[in-house]
Ligand binder design. Sequence first.
Ligand code: UT7
Length: 329
Amino acid sequence: MSERTAAMILGTGSEVSGRVLTNADLEKMVDTSDQWIRERTGIERRHILEEGKATSDLAAGAGLKAIEDAGLTPEDIDLIIIATITPDTSFPSTGCRVQTKIGADNAAAMDISAACSGFIYGLSLANAMIANGQVRYVLVAGAEVLSRITDWEDRGTCVLFGDGAGAAVLGPSDGKKGILSTYIKSDGKLGHLLELPGGGSLNPATEETVRQRLHYIKMEGGDIYKHAVRSMKEAAIEGLKRAHCKPEELDLLITHQANIRIIEALQARLKTPDEKVFINIQEYGNTSAASIPIAMDQARREGRLKDGHKCLLSAFGGGFTWGSALIQF
Ligand code: UT7
């Protein structure tokens, strides 16, 4: 156990809601096939949130479960961090909306924009703020409604994404469990590889931006793939190094669930056996910032992640961003 370990995970929760969209459903919408999607990505189905609900609803659902799992109440939470690229609105933040929805009246709340690496960024920030004594209990959630920014006419992207939220509550370490290392990094020069061009101050919404489909995800899949493999390897290796941990000491590897081939490439690099790699991309698709906390919660509920286990989280995402967290459960 590192002397610097300050914070631990006290509880987790996740929430998916809405209809299930299968690969067979997508075959009727664009020129694709179940076989292509399975072989190239590992995805079989994803969830699409029902109309009238938003990211904060999913985050609040996951957050309340995590708070209950931690044995706390919403009033105990000092800080809410929501990692999302699909906020309900630019402002107020989704964090503030979640605060109201769950009744965390004593908290400060904010959003983090680091795309699929957002949950790792949130963990890193929460860990540091607990370490320096500014806060005691932090709710960190990754929550996305990507279906609202997905171009359902673009087969290159629409088969990939899904909606969902996952959350963790962090508090002071008990001396046995804790966050052993965090590592975050970004390279803005690669921002153009994955972006939502419209709707911000650069390209505010006009009839023209709608006509040009600028309010949908634009992605250079092949280039992202290359950088994903490179950056997740770097993040994993750096995270392990910072905690003086060898890959063979890991009990579970949870990566961002973007493509099963990217996960397998990291697995091969770390020589991690299949039973120590958690994969649920087949069920949810790529849920961006939500993918790691959903997987972490599911792994705990299924008994794959137990007290005493060492778990490495590793992510990459638009920005370009990447990072890792090594956690002693
Ligand atoms: O969270 C981060 C978000 N993004 C990512 O992680 C994306 C990372 N990249 C990837 O996962 C992969 O690059 C993809 C899954 C997006 C694409 O897989 P790929 O093996 O790189 O395929 P490709 O883009 O090289 O396309 C191969 C072929 C092309 O046809 P041609 O030019 O060979 O005739 C595509 O037009 O597959 C075609 N294609 C499709 N075919 C059926 C592209 N999308 C589809 C589709 N169904 N949905």
